[in-house]
Design a protein around this ligand. Structure first.
Ligand code: AFP
Length: 342
């Protein structure tokens, strides 16, 4: 019998939470549940390595540690391999695609194939690692569309609206895992003393009024008139919103996470800086779509400035897209100003 005096002692681990979620889906087989556990485990492994990033390099230089003469692996490569190896043999996946790899990653022949496919950005913001700035991992899970056998490119090139789950890990002052299976957004904080993710942020909703806008203002000269008008709007020029505070980390996961909890908008618009990247820097499959699913589940919205991110059908694995993501009214305002001025 529950005793209200001890209610504060109820601890919800991520395993228990995922399992309870599974019970609310009568047809669930447990495969997705286990797949989410596997990703949480990968997150713990990557987290333990990121917190030792500088040390690993120093220790890796000493003969004692590196007797085999192995090179110290770069953190993004390590994260990529960790996720792949923890998921290649489980029989839950048909294929994977990683932001770090040019082609898609079929499950090796010797292992059974499953009904899901996994897309991931193993270490988002990796260029920040050397400066001790937070980094993250982003993932999305789809049901395969091909009937059986090795997973195909078609299984991976699905619009975000088909996602069955998505989430991210944030390796910051603490490690957090935030995920959705379409039933709201839940955040867990890793307790390093027991090695468990514990529910710390139940049913996250983007707060309103929003506090922040996040964009790389250094690229202003490369923006269209619509994007410039939008930025002025966010700064409170000409009425509209009360000027928002600017916060920009340069790691999408961390910028998004802060805005998810505090309210705000992150955008990485199309620009003319690099003619090879006319639609901006961010990837639709590994970054924009998984976070868009979370944003919508938290009451927000994500757009490429003209249409809903979750409706975009990817044509290639590494397709880039402009991204506006955050509180719904702020993202819709971007669409309005881009329509009007561009
Ligand atoms: P890296 O993984 O190469 O560091 O790129 C991270 C990222 O794709 C995304 O996390 C940031 O929001 C964005 O780049 C920052 O890019 P800018 O340095 O061009 O602002």
């Amino acid at each position: 019998m529950s005793n209200p005096t001890f209610d504060h002692l109820k601890i919800m681990t991520i395993e228990r939470h995922i399992l309870e979620e599974q019970q609310s889906h009568p047809g669930a087989t447990g495969v997705l549940t286990n797949l989410l556990y596997d990703i949480a485990l990968a997150g713990k492994v990557i987290s333990s390595k990121t917190t030792r990033a500088g040390l690993a390099e120093i220790l890796g230089r000493t003969e004692d540690i590196n007797v085999q003469g192995e090179e110290v692996m770069k953190l993004d490569r390590f994260a990529d391999l960790t996720i792949f190896r923890l998921n290649d043999h489980t029989g839950r996946l048909a294929a994977m695609a990683s932001e770090e790899q040019a082609a898609h990653l079929p499950i090796p022949d010797k292992y059974p194939k499953g009904k899901y496919v996994l897309v991931f950005d193993p270490l988002d913001g990796s260029s920040n690692v050397d400066y001790n700035v937070p980094v993250g991992t982003i993932f999305g899970i789809y049901q395969r569309v091909s009937p059986d056998g090795p997973g195909t490119l078609e299984d991976l090139l699905q619009p975000g609206k088909n996602l069955v789950a998505s989430g991210y890990l944030c390796y910051g002052s603490s490690t957090m895992l935030v995920y959705t299976t379409g039933n709201g957004v839940y955040g867990f904080t890793l307790d390093p003393t027991v090695g468990e993710f514990l529910l710390s942020h139940p049913y996250i909703r983007m707060p309103s009024p929003p506090k922040y806008f996040s964009v790389n203002l250094g690229y202003q000269t490369y923006w269209s008139a619509g994007v410039r008008h939008y930025t002025q709007y966010l700064q409170g020029e000409g009425g509209g919103v009360k000027g928002l505070s600017l916060r920009y980390i340069g790691t999408l996961v961390s910028d998004f996470h802060r805005n998810l909890l505090a309210g705000g908008v992150f955008y990485y618009p199309a620009d003319t800086k690099d003619p090879k990247k006319p639609t901006g820097k961010l990837r639709l499959l590994y970054e924009a779509a998984p976070l868009a699913f979370i944003a919508e589940q938290a009451g927000g919205y994500a757009s490429d400035g003209r249409q809903r991110i979750l409706d975009i059908q990817p044509k290639s694995l590494h397709q880039r897209t402009p991204l506006y993501i955050g509180n719904r009214n702020l993202v819709e305002k971007a669409e309005e100003l881009i329509r009007e001025h561009d």
